[in-house]
Design a protein around this ligand. Structure first.
Ligand code: 5GP
Length: 116
């Protein structure tokens, strides 16, 4: 998929398409992945459309910290007391398909390592 300034996640932020939203604040949104790879699979995204992690800059320092702490909070809210995994696929080799930065929260089962 090519990089664009708007993506399906922009449409979810603007409520143009539905999503199962589990958390929202002024900077971030978290919603269930439409194609879950684990019993719990939630995406945390910034409302600001940064395409991918490698595009984040020094000025995004506080936002990046906020996203990580939001992922922790959402994982707790989802009841993942036995652990979980955060994943940020970045660029073609990272397997990124939607070019709006997102943190995957995966949990609810024991996850294998290494990933494919
Ligand atoms: P990536 O492969 O870019 O790291 O992850 C993109 C994720 O977005 C995939 O896990 C995919 O299932 C999810 N996704 C793609 N389109 C939609 C959508 O319209 N709604 C939701 N909730 N998730 C989506």
């Amino acid at each position: 998929m090519s990089e664009t300034t708007d993506t399906i996640f922009g449409k979810i932020i603007r409520r143009e398409i539905p999503a199962e939203i589990v958390y929202e604040d002024n900077l971030a949104l978290a919603f269930k992945d439409v194609n879950p790879q684990a019993p719990v699979h939630i995406l945390v995204i910034p409302k600001q459309p940064i395409a991918k992690l490698s595009d984040a800059e020094s000025k995004d320092h506080a936002l990046m910290g906020h996203l990580l702490l939001t992922a922790k909070r959402v994982a707790e809210q989802a009841g993942l007391t036995n652990g979980y995994r955060l994943v940020i696929n970045t660029g073609p080799d990272g397997g990124q398909t939607v070019y709006h930065l997102h943190i995957h929260i995966l949990g609810g089962r024991s996850l294998g390592w290494p990933p494919g």
